[in-house]
Write a protein that binds this ligand. Structure first.
Ligand code: PLP
Length: 356
């Protein structure tokens, strides 16, 4: 056995959702966008592909940071740090704030990758269960000497639920460490057009210890490109820049992501369409007797009083429809179904109807 760090030898690997070769399945298991990205993105990649690929890309992805600051109404590009997927941003945050033997806090059930990132550092994690209707208990904001980072997906996965901005603010104010709000699904969350895509940006502007992560993998339809970013105060961005790989985002990805951020009308249209489909999924699953959690994301979490979730998942898989069966120890299991096209969802719902 080679002398791996003990933390590495002890840990279990993170298991991503199934990614079968394209074409075989109706894929409703990893919350990708069922629609292709904006046409401007494809053009930008084609143009970049004829550019100087023998040269290194812009290490700070400046064009992207400008486009993101414009689209989101941030004071300037210095509030943005680009990453190779928001998973890379989360890695930078954990590396930047959490050392061996220190502690990270997260709600339960939520995004499992956070625990993996803590494990890599040789850190520990503390999970606090959500209370009624997926809100956080007051204890979630309790200070603790070893606590170095708190992570909350908002909207949460697998539930698709939102914690109030005011609650997040009071949690942040009581903490001795940063609060990371993972807004991977925020574009699907707002019913108010004036608040579209804003999420908790206001809290970042008010509090140095509040940071947001975003991704282009879900609402922008770019999971295949790998691009995500951090929104934080400029001093935080400057400090975390020290950790990142020099050229963490490649030239084609920067071009694609810049064009995507400049396609806000496209984004609003696709989100409107997907949220309509989500509404229909909710109604139809409820008619079949499922307990459906009202979702603010591009997926729906549901549980049937008769159980049988794993069996339903298997039946659908045999019929080439892939959804996500999730089992959370000491909490329970259920099905997470990504929003697809209307046609894909009709096929999925028909199979579920026959298998319950
Ligand atoms: C999908 C997802 C991400 C990962 O985004 P990438 O940019 O594709 O790495 C981060 N957080 C949550 C909660 C997610 O569901």
């Amino acid at each position: 056995m080679l002398p791996y760090r003990p933390a590495l030898s002890r840990m279990l690997p993170y298991v991503p959702g199934e990614q079968p070769p394209p074409g075989k399945y109706i894929k409703l298991n990893t919350n990708e966008n069922p629609y292709p990205p904006p046409p401007a993105v494809v053009e930008a990649i084609q143009k970049a592909a004829t550019g100087p690929l023998n040269r290194y890309p812009d290490p700070m992805a400046t064009a992207f940071r400008r486009a993101a600051a414009d689209a989101l109404g941030l004071p300037g590009p210095e509030w943005v740090l680009a990453g190779n997927g928001s998973d890379e941003i989360l890695t930078m945050l954990v590396r930047g704030f959490v050392g061996e033997g220190q502690k990270l806090r997260l709600p339960y059930p939520s995004y499992i990758l956070y625990r993996t990132l803590a494990d890599i550092q040789g850190a520990t994690w503390q999970q606090t269960s959500f209370v009624d209707d997926w809100q956080l208990p007051a204890a979630f904001g309790q200070a603790d000497n070893d606590l170095r980072l708190v992570l909350i997906p908002n909207p949460n996965s697998p539930s698709g639920t939102l914690v109030d901005k005011d609650d997040l603010e009071s949690i942040a104010q009581g903490l001795p460490c940063p609060l990371i709000i993972d807004e991977a699904y925020v574009d699907f969350a707002s019913d108010d057009p004036a608040q579209f895509g804003k999420g908790c940006i206001e809290l970042v502007q008010k509090h140095e210890n509040v940071m947001i992560t975003r991704t282009l993998s879900k609402s922008y339809g770019l999971a295949g490109i790998r691009f995500g970013f951090l929104i934080a105060q400029p001093s935080v961005v400057a400090e975390l820049t020290k950790i990142k790989d020099s050229y963490n985002c490649d030239a084609l990805a920067i071009a694609a992501a810049t064009a995507a951020m400049s396609s806000q009308d496209w984004l609003r249209d696709v989100v409107t369409r997907m949220n309509q489909t989500r509404g229909r999924m909710h109604v139809e699953l409820a008619k079949m007797g499922f307990d459906v959690t009202p979702s603010h994301a591009n997926f729906v979490w549901c549980r049937h009083p008769d159980g049988g979730h794993q069996r339903i998942y298997e039946t659908l898989k045999k019929a080439q429809v892939l959804i996500r069966y999730m089992d959370f120890p000491d909490w329970g299991d259920g099905l997470r179904i990504s929003v697809g096209t209307d046609e894909q969802i009709d096929a999925c719902l028909a199979l579920i109807r026959r298998s319950i």
